[in-house]
Design a protein around this ligand. Structure first.
Ligand SMILES: [Zn+2]
Length: 141
């Protein structure tokens, strides 16, 4: 005997509403953030300091300050810079066999400079990723 029960259809409690600011495709949002522009519209800057994010975009009103990246940009920066530095260290060590103090004298400052150069663009790209995923901090948190 075939099953006569109707299929259960799940309905959400509410339909998600689109945010009032533009939400571009993921790569566009991340590229705009990488360039230090508002990930939503690309019209204005998303930083008002080295790493401090503007509370809201003056052009499109996207609440960029509510996208709290926290430790993600430093984590991604360490991941990227570490892979570049370790690869270069291994190549230089294999090709030139410098003393350990020479390696330290080269790679410690290079790591520091690269980290400061990468941190801001990586934070901007993370902001774009969070904007696309709708990871804004709500008002009641
Ligand atoms: Zn904007």
């Amino acid at each position: 005997m075939p099953d006569q029960t109707p299929p259960i259809r799940w309905q959400p409690d509410r339909t998600p509403s689109a945010p009032p600011w533009p939400v571009p495709p993921l790569l566009t949002a991340m590229r705009r953030g990488l360039m230090g522009r508002c990930p939503a519209c690309g019209q204005t800057h998303c930083f008002n300091g080295y790493l401090s994010v503007v509370p809201a975009c003056v052009a499109c009103g996207a609440p960029l300050g509510k996208f709290r990246a926290d430790d993600a940009p430093p984590y991604f920066t360490i991941f990227i810079v570490g892979h570049i530095i370790v690869g270069l260290m291994l190549w230089v060590d294999g090709a030139y066999k410098p003393d350990l103090w020479v390696q330290a004298a080269i790679w410690l400052p290079v790591s520091l400079v690269m980290t400061f150069l990468f941190l801001r663009p990586v934070k901007g790209a993370t902001l774009g990723l969070m904007l696309k995923l709708g990871m804004a901090k709500s008002d009641d948190e």
